[in-house]
Design a protein around this ligand. Structure first.
Ligand code: ATP
Length: 366
């Protein structure tokens, strides 16, 4: 990747733009960790440079946010974001910022923590020295998470979620003043001002951590779990599942008011429906009439112990079968099929032949 970037520096020079690697990738390089996401800040026309990079690297290009950030996805799975170096101002707590083009130094000043406020110039000669105006390198060494200024969490309370992730992922201690500012922000309920979409994004990013448990523990300790939902808690074993959406489903499955929680997150429609279906079947303890979506199946399999083998398969009998046994269509059909769905869930039958025998037996007793 570094070689690719140096190659791009030639194009930046032609465009009279200054190109910097910035944020998480600089931190991860210092830590000797592999990184698949590179953030580039450009003093110059970031979109023109991104288009040139897409041509050079044969990558596809998408513009993905209101700040005009362009994302390139490379064939090896990594992604490179291009953004104009910019300054931000916040008009009120938790609002989205107003942005304007600025120098790389201004750009570093708008960032969340010292460890993320470092950059390296990329030139045709290679990567330059680390620009580190806030002492990020020293903090990394001392394993300290430190915010850049006292209004940081008020401006953007999502940074508290980010703090939990970084502290947990890198085993950092939250520096004293930073910890006090978190306490202050939570006491004033600044996170309560965030939209559900932004809460969802932070929650999903936390669920994407290799092991979300420690970050979830910090969120709870800091009183942030209630901004996710008043009943939210992290179930101990959910970390064994790797898919963040299955993890989310397990949280919903094991908490009170799980369906309300899922709806509040305004997830993608298909995901939301799969989660709600999983919760519904777990609560009613009935096999589904129609095949369940893959995500619902994975949540239920992960979340429910000792479920009979065919509990999650589609119901093995239907109205046609009842009709063939001589009953006229009516209210009885839905009652019987409901009972059959509960019986299949409990494992009272597990093949179609057994299911038909079960049905005959039921009808004989009526
Ligand atoms: P990760 O390591 O979790 O993938 P990252 O540290 O690369 O994440 P991103 O969320 O990808 O962080 O953002 C890239 C950089 O943008 C961060 O390193 C930080 O400098 C800055 N940044 C992102 N979100 C914020 C925010 N809410 N407030 C201030 N700076 C932010």
């Amino acid at each position: 990747m570094k070689r690719r970037l140096i190659f791009l520096a030639e194009e930046a020079r032609r465009q009279r733009a200054a190109l910097y690697a910035v944020g998480g990738c600089v931190r991860d390089w210092l830590l000797g960790r592999r990184t698949f996401d590179i953030d580039l800040a450009v003093e110059g026309d970031s979109q023109a440079l991104a288009r040139a990079a897409a041509r050079l690297w044969g990558a596809s290009l998408e513009v993905f946010d209101r700040f005009g950030t362009v994302c390139l996805r490379l064939s090896d799975g990594s992604r490179v974001d291009f953004a104009r170096a910019r300054a931000e101002t916040y008009e009120r707590p938790a609002a989205l910022p107003r942005v304007q083009p600025a120098s790389i130094h201004e750009d570093l000043r708008r960032r969340d923590f010292t460890l993320n406020a470092m950059a390296r110039r990329i030139t045709t000669d290679g990567l330059g020295d680390v620009l580190d105006p806030f002492g990020g390198r020293a903090d990394l060494k001392a394993k300290l998470l430190r915010v850049l200024h006292p209004k940081s969490f008020e401006d953007d309370p999502t940074r508290i979620f980010r703090a939990a992730r970084y502290a947990a992922r890198f085993g950092l201690r939250v520096e004293e003043e930073t910890a006090r500012l978190i306490e202050d922000a939570v006491r004033k309920d600044t996170p309560g001002l965030l939209s559900r979409e932004r809460i969802r994004q932070e929650l999903l990013r936390t669920l994407e951590e290799d092991e979300p448990g420690p970050a979830m523990g910090l969120l709870k300790e800091w009183g942030l779990a209630k901004a996710i939902h008043p009943c939210f808690q992290w179930p101990k074993n959910a970390g064994q599942e790797k898919d963040p959406l299955v993890r989310l489903g397990l949280c919903a499955l094991w908490m009170e008011r799980g369906a309300e929680f899922v709806r509040s997150l305004k997830l993608d429609r298909a995901v939301s429906q799969a989660l709600i279906q999983a919760l519904g079947h777990a609560q009613e303890e009935r096999s589904p009439v129609n095949p369940l979506p893959e995500l619902a199946l994975r949540i239920l399999k992960a979340g429910l112990d000792r479920l009979p083998k065919t509990a999650l398969e589609s119901l093995m009998v239907n109205g046609e079968d009842i009709k063939k046994l001589g009953r006229k269509p009516g209210k009885e059909y839905s009652l019987l099929l409901g009972e059959a769905a509960s019986a299949q869930w409990r494992g009272e039958f597990s093949t179609r032949a057994q299911a038909l025998r079960w049905l005959k037996g039921k009808l004989a007793c009526r």
